[in-house]
Design a protein around this ligand. Structure first.
Ligand code: SAH
Ligand code: SF4
Ligand code: F3S
Length: 466
């Protein structure tokens, strides 16, 4: 890995100064913003940084998004479907802009970083005021200031990517939150657009991470998820700190934090050091998201995943041996180019064999510029649909059976919310990421509660307070 490039303190200061100028200018106007966020947790967390910068500029979050003075779309391009939703929703704003020319509209995120996408969108939607790519996040107030003064702004730079420390963050939760440990990705799985739109993999320094997590714990957060496209390849502090070491540092130096999570883990880099750390550190959650993508070694090779079915299963066995309470979740793609019925059946049998507590399943979507998009034997949509349906059926059955073993057991839940559809049901996750619903009200949200599991329903467990 190359040494990461840090955004200079002077540049961060320039961005903060721009925010301050906007704030002075909009003082007393009561302006509001609304962020429409698509895609993964990386984007969700970037949106929290955008929110932080908006607040620095004197804007407050809109209660009613249809009345917001600034609307920004933080886009995702992982699959075609994600892109189409964004285009539809931006298009729908034209009428509102005609009625209210004061309304400002922005578009940013991964989709803007695709080749020519930003420029095309800027042309196609002349009512959009600001367009910027993932590399400009820390410069957002500078771009916003220009746009506020009536100058349409487009800023997308094709580069390896930098690390910006010290940006303000306005978090969506008061008890469970994220922090980046790496940015970008170097793996170039043949189907995936992320390395093209998020740049080269780069690791934050461990002390920046520990200090941030410490601050969060002291502010009352109970759970922090360490984020990266492939956390297992974290190499901070000039490549001297690896991921298991980072995990130990966060665990030992922030004893106030109740739960530490991380995602995503790439099977090719899952080390025995990480398995040991998970086994030894009590406040590291007993859950791993370990995307398998396919159960066929032949397809895995075409996907450039750098592991085989056998190696993956071996890793799962080691995890279960050393961390007996662990639950696994995964991502799976069906209909990758050249996937035969026999390959697909290997995916089904792997799902049965591993016993995931959740599988996020996707139909392969060709992404322009990736290797797989031009591979022969693209699979017809009907076949993809059929396989997705069959896969989801198998996964549901596996999950229902897997849930039975929890009935009669006890566990601790971090309460996330409350469902009021019939009688009030509070819900939250166990350390192992299993969702539990139990009779309870809004007053419990944000607290840790002990529950007894009494049953299971759909994908979740049912319980009661003890
Ligand atoms: N870095 C993570 C994945 C991030 S993308 C990892 O390697 O596990 C989240 C998921 O989207 C992937 O795991 C994959 O299952 C799915 N995905 C990515 N590109 C896709 C594509 N072109 N078509 C369908 N699904 C895709
Ligand atoms: Fe995409 Fe593979 Fe990187 Fe995950 S590891 S973001 S699937 S290229
Ligand atoms: Fe995430 Fe989508 Fe970008 S999945 S990294 S927001 S392409």
């Amino acid at each position: 890995m190359k040494e990461p490039v840090f955004v200079s303190p002077a540049e961060i200061a320039a961005s903060k100064a721009a925010a301050k100028r906007v704030k002075d200018e909009v003082y007393g106007l009561g302006l509001t913003y609304h962020i429409e966020s698509y895609g993964c947790q990386m984007n969700e967390h970037d949106s929290e940084k955008i929110a932080g910068m908006m607040e620095d500029m004197g804007y407050t979050k809109a209660e009613d998004k249809s009345k917001a003075d600034f609307i920004i779309f933080n886009t995702c391009c992982i699959r075609e479907h994600a892109e189409q939703r964004v285009y539809g929703n931006i298009g729908a704003l034209k009428k509102r802009k005609d009625e209210n020319p004061q309304l400002m509209i922005g578009v940013c995120g991964c989709m803007m970083q695709q080749k020519d996408s930003g420029r095309k969108l800027f042309k196609r939607f002349p009512f959009v005021d600001i367009v910027f790519g993932t590399n400009e996040l820390h410069r957002f107030p500078l771009l916003f200031e220009e746009a506020y003064h009536g100058e349409r702004t487009l800023q997308v730079r094709d580069m390896d990517g930098e690390i910006a420390e010290g940006l303000p963050v306005c978090r969506n939760s008061t008890f469970s939150t994220f922090t980046n440990i790496t940015y970008g990705c170097n793996n170039f799985c043949s189907y995936c657009i992320v390395p093209y739109v998020r740049g080269r993999e780069r690791s934050r320094n461990s002390m920046d991470i520990v200090n941030e997590v410490k601050g969060l714990a002291l502010a009352g957060f109970k759970e922090v998820t360490l984020l990266g496209q492939n956390v297992n390849s974290y190499k901070g502090d000039g490549e001297t700190t690896d991921f298991p070491a980072l995990l130990r540092m966060v665990h030992d130096q922030v004893p106030e934090l109740k739960r530490i999570r991380f995602m995503t883990s790439h099977p090719k880099d899952l080390s025995s050091g990480l398995i040991d750390a998970m086994a030894e550190l009590p406040r590291v959650c007993k859950h791993i998201h370990l995307p398998v993508q396919s159960g066929s070694s032949r397809i895995l090779k075409l996907m450039n995943r750098c592991y085989t079915r056998e190696k993956y299963i071996e890793e799962v066995q080691q995890l279960r041996e050393k961390v007996p309470e662990i639950e696994l979740t995964t991502d799976i793609i069906v209909g990758f180019p050249g996937e035969t019925e026999a390959d697909f059946k290997e995916t089904l049998s792997l799902v049965e064999q591993v016993g995931y507590s959740a599988a996020y399943t996707f139909m392969y979507s060709p992404r322009k510029g990736t290797v797989a998009a031009t591979m022969p034997d693209q699979i017809p949509d009907e076949v993809k649909h059929d396989r997705l349906e069959r896969l989801n059926e198998v996964q549901s059955r596996v999950l229902r059976n897997g849930n039975m073993k929890y009935i009669g057991t006890y566990g601790e839940v971090l309460v996330e919310g409350c469902d009021h559809r019939s009688e009030p049901m509070a819900y939250g996750k166990l350390s192992n990421f299993k969702m539990v619903y139990f009779p309870g009200d809004d007053s419990l949200v944000g607290s840790m509660r002990n529950v007894k599991i009494t049953g299971s329903q759909n994908n979740s467990l049912i319980g009661e307070l003890v």
